[in-house]
Every structure is written in structure tokens, then in C-alpha cells.
Design a protein around this ligand. Sequence first.
Ligand SMILES: CC(C)(COP(=O)(O)OP(=O)(O)OC[C@H]1O[C@@H](n2cnc3c(N)ncnc32)[C@H](O)[C@@H]1OP(=O)(O)O)[C@@H](O)C(=O)NCCC(=O)NCCS
Length: 128
Amino acid sequence: MKIGIDIQVVREFMHMEKIFSLYEIDYIKKKGINQPQTATGIYCAKEAFFKALGTGILHSKLPQIEVLHDEHGMPYYKIKDIKLFNQLISETKTPDSVRQSMPVIPTLALSISHTGDLAVAVCVMTWK
Ligand SMILES: CC(C)(COP(=O)(O)OP(=O)(O)OC[C@H]1O[C@@H](n2cnc3c(N)ncnc32)[C@H](O)[C@@H]1OP(=O)(O)O)[C@@H](O)C(=O)NCCC(=O)NCCS
């Protein structure tokens, strides 16, 4: 199991398409005056993912680490391209002993919170 956490000051994002997927941009735009909080929370989720993975943040891959929401609003990760995930895994500093038990995509869990001018997200990554 690995964990990643990120906290950010709530802000507005320029060039959203370089960070967020089309789904995420649509979701954020529906949030009215809470758009900066929601966008920053999703951004935290992306950084938390990279922290859990151990690569450090890979800015060019941000839109592909997608945060969706279930029917209750609970956020979850969708990694669009399995090849991308395997590529990221191969770039990590994950110990060989752990990497050998990573033939399949790990299960990812995500929680996001924001209040006032702060947003935070936690990513938990587990392998069977
Ligand atoms: C979900 C809930 C815990 C959020 O708590 P909060 O203190 O209001 O808000 P926080 O800042 O801590 O968290 C907000 C984030 O929680 C996440 N979230 C929303 N619904 C969630 C849920 N059901 N489960 C887990 N996380 C949820 C989202 O990422 C949300 O951010 P966003 O609105 O920018 O997308 C609270 O609103 C609640 O208890 N809602 C009722 C539970 C529920 O399932 N409602 C849906 C009924 S169909």
C-alpha cells in the first residue's frame, strides 16, 4: 500500500485544458462560485496520485489522471490509458520487491476536502 497527500491554497487555474480533462472542466464549471475550490481539490487529487506513485508530479500527464464522481458525488480516479499507468510505474522508485507484485493496476482510493482557501486530497494505492 502507498499513500499520497497534497494540500493547496485555493486558486483559479489558467489554461485548464493543460491540467484537467473535459469531464473535469465540465464538472468544475457546474460548481458556480465554488469553482476554484473544486478545481483546486481535483488538482490536489492529481498531485496526491503522483506522490503515492513516487514519481513526483509529471505535469504533462495531469489531464490523464482523471477524477470522476459517482452518483453520490464521491470522487474516484480513472486512469484513461493503461499503458500510461505501466509507463509511470516503470518510472517510479518503487522497490523491486513491491514492483514484482504489481502485474495489474492497483486499486486507487481518493478523498477530497476543501474549506475556505485550502483544499486537500489523499490517494491510497493498494496491490493485491
Ligand atoms: C459528501 C460530504 C461528506 C462532503 O462534506 P463537506 O464537509 O460538505 O465538504 P468537503 O469539503 O469536506 O468535501 C467536499 C468534497 O467531498 C467529495 N464528495 C462529495 N460527495 C461525496 C461522497 N458522497 N462521498 C465521499 N466524498 C464526497 C467531493 O470531492 C467534494 O468536492 P467537490 O464538491 O468540489 O467535488 C457531505 O456533503 C455529505 O455528508 N453529504 C451527504 C452524503 C451523500 O452521499 N450525499 C449524496 C446523496 S445522493
